[in-house]
Design a protein around this ligand. Structure first.
Ligand code: 3PG
Ligand code: MG
Length: 411
């Protein structure tokens, strides 16, 4: 899918200040980065701008930042890792206000090819996340630091935040250009082609806990795909809609009718909608979630005992889903098949990942938990594309317009 937006190849940044919004929202444990995928994915755009002699001003959020600015959600560790990856100094502006004298001074001192990283944009609270309500002040301050703007934060592109979309208006006002980066282009190429132009059979696999989170994507993918596979917690609402008892399994009563509708839609359109035929049941949800000391029993999907809950797909289901993946030419996967954080309940997710690693189909992993699972299992290099966006890839697959994409200038 070609994107009719200006990209970093369409701008000449020599000697110009370029503000680049990345998604450096990486997982941290005791201040250490545990998965650097998003940092690595941002490198091509950053390197290109350095090579072209731009003054590269990077910004990103990290975490949800519910309790105001704090060291635990500082971008400090990202600046350090980025320096290592680029083999050059990345000056970190450690100011909880993000913009202001420190940032302005550092930008003034920049030479061509220099890189700085601003502090966590969500440290600005509402000004970042609700730019309209907070009067766009932050977006304007960000724009004042730069001449041009590049959005390469695919993972955040579904957020109409100041640093993702709001800033573009002020860049335009001062005569600058708003472009997208290489990561953004690559994501849209893969995800866009998969849904708009798939080589068939096109199999979509959806998992995760709640049907409510996936309503639109189920509906949209049913229009586009040949086979829709459902796993994870949301499968139990479908099983209920089929008339089965699901015991203590996760159930969204309000969505049972919706699931019925989707099953009818699939039937009418002659599409396959695959649901679990067996399930791994437990007595109660593991506490902590990764506690391996739990008893399991495998039952057919229509025989879930009233005092048990389903927590993973069973072996017959694994076989059914793996077969569907084998004969596919395009596969899109979003969401785990069970409580994959627990080693005892991760088999379904692992086996689906394995099936994807073995098929000759184009395989696209739609970010979030499924991307984490594929990475953890060491199948990352066997997939055609692993999206850096969880929520963003889901909204893209739903056919929604992502603010971070549409804020860029048209070609
Ligand atoms: C993510 O990890 O989902 C993205 O970085 C966006 O973060 P958010 O979901 O907190 O907006
Ligand atoms: Mg998210």
């Amino acid at each position: 899918m070609s994107l009719n937006k200006k990209s970093v190849d369409d701008i000449n940044v020599k000697g110009r200040r370029v503000l680049v919004r990345c998604d450096f929202n990486v997982p941290l444990k005791n201040g250490e980065i545990t998965d650097e995928t998003r940092i690595v994915a941002a490198l091509p755009t950053i390197k290109k701008l350095i090579k072209d002699g731009g003054k590269v001003i990077l910004c990103s959020h990290l975490g949800k930042v519910k309790n105001g600015p704090n060291e635990g959600e500082s971008l400090g560790p990202v600046a350090k890792r980025l320096s290592e990856k680029l083999g050059k100094d990345v000056k970190f502006i450690d100011d909880y206000n993000v913009t202001g004298a420190a940032a302005t001074g550092a930008v003034e001192a920049m030479k061509e090819g220099d890189v700085i990283l601003l502090q966590n944009t969500r440290f600005r609270g509402k000004e970042e996340t609700k730019p309209e309500e907070a009067g766009d002040a932050f977006a304007k301050e960000l724009a004042e630091l730069a001449d041009d703007y590049v959005c390469d934060a695919f993972g955040s592109a579904h957020r109409a935040h100041a640093s993702v979309a709001g800033v573009t208006k002020f860049i335009t006002e001062k005569g600058g250009t708003n472009a997208v980066g290489y990561l953004m282009q690559k994501e849209i190429d893969f995800l866009g082609n998969a849904v708009e132009n798939p080589v068939r059979p096109f199999v979509a696999i959806l998992g995760g806990a709640k049907v409510a989170d996936k309503l639109n994507v189920i509906n949209t993918l049913l229009d586009k795909c040949d086979t829709l596979i459902i796993g994870g917690g949301m499968a139990y609402t479908f099983l209920k809609a089929k008339g089965y008892e699901v015991g203590k399994s996760l159930l969204d009563e309000t969505k049972v009718d919706y699931c019925k509708e989707m099953m009818e839609k699939a039937e009418k359109a002659g599409k396959k909608l695959l649901l679990p035929v067996d399930t791994v049941c437990i007595d109660s949800f593991p506490d902590p979630i990764d506690n391996p000391n739990i008893a399991t029993v495998v039952v057919d999907a229509d025989k879930i005992p009233s005092d048990k809950e389903g927590a993973d797909i069973g072996p017959k289901t694994i076989e059914l889903y793996s077969e569907a993946v084998k004969s596919a030419k395009t596969v899109v996967w979003n969401g785990p098949m069970g409580v994959f954080e627990n080693p005892v309940l991760a088999t379904g997710t692992k086996e689906v990942a394995k099936a994807l690693s073995e098929t000759s189909a184009t395989t696209i992993i739609g970010g979030g938990d499924s991307a984490a699972a594929v990475n953890q299992l060491g199948y990352a290099d066997k997939m055609s594309h692993i999206s850096t966006g969880g929520g963003a890839s889901l909204e893209f697959l739903e056919g929604k317009k992502l603010p971070g994409v549409y804020a860029a200038d048209d070609k």
